[in-house]
Design a protein around this ligand. Structure first.
Ligand SMILES: CC(C)(COP(=O)(O)OP(=O)(O)OC[C@H]1O[C@@H](n2cnc3c(N)ncnc32)[C@H](O)[C@@H]1OP(=O)(O)O)[C@@H](O)C(=O)NCCC(=O)NCCS
Length: 175
């Protein structure tokens, strides 16, 4: 069985917050070379070596319109997704892919694409995905991942205004 055919995405129950917080450390490590590396978000604690906790992670288990998912492949944890309702340029949307992560050992095996397909299948509505302008892998990944979901229509690409958001923003509807 291929890694992508064994992917399973599930809503993360409250006791999985610790798991997502742990995976988030690796996500922040990746982003420390993609985002503004001088940002306090990417400065590790001098005692523990850990990146600061992701601001507002607990909201994904507390606030309406915030959805946490864990991605597994062949039963092993492979990543996570955080979905909320925040448009990067103020549009009326139902869902935004706020954070999306696949562990390095599972990358380029179709795991991310299959996880996107499953999440879009679970959450119909008006979607937005925004990518930081220097996140080259994500630029390459998202258009194909969105197109690979059978329930997507009305794909539209635009650029952030450079102030609120710098990078591509993709909108579409999952039906
Ligand atoms: C972006 C990310 C989610 C992709 O996950 P993945 O499981 O490797 O994705 P897939 O295997 O489904 O990739 C599908 C296609 O996307 C493109 N792609 C994915 N990663 C790529 C990369 N690093 N460089 C170029 N193209 C890439 C390729 O076309 C790939 O198909 P191919 O492997 O047959 O060439 C993963 O690299 C990741 O977690 N990165 C760090 C966090 C991040 O940037 N998240 C996105 C935030 S918006």
């Amino acid at each position: 069985m291929s890694l992508s055919s064994a992917v399973e995405v599930r809503a993360a129950s409250p006791h999985k917050q610790t798991l997502v917080a742990g995976l988030m450390q690796f996500y922040l490590h990746d982003f420390s070379t993609i985002g503004n590396s001088a940002s306090p978000l990417y400065v590790v604690d001098p005692e523990t070596g850990a990146f600061p906790p992701y601001p507002g992670l607990e909201r994904y288990w507390a606030d309406p319109g915030h959805l946490p998912f864990v991605i597994r492949t062949a039963g092993e944890v492979a990543g996570f997704a955080l979905v909320d309702r925040t448009s990067r340029d103020g549009r009326e949307i139902d869902w935004a892919m706020s954070e999306f992560f696949v562990l390095r050992k599972f990358r380029r095996s179709g795991v991310g694409g299959e996880a996107v397909r499953q999440i879009l299948g679970m959450q119909p509505g008006r979607w937005e995905v925004a990518v930081m302008e220097n996140n080259v892998a994500a630029w390459e990944f998202w258009p194909g991942a969105i197109a690979g979901a059978p329930n997507v229509t009305g794909f539209e690409a635009r650029a952030g205004d450079g102030t609120t958001w710098s990078g591509p923003i993709w909108s579409f509807r999952a039906v």
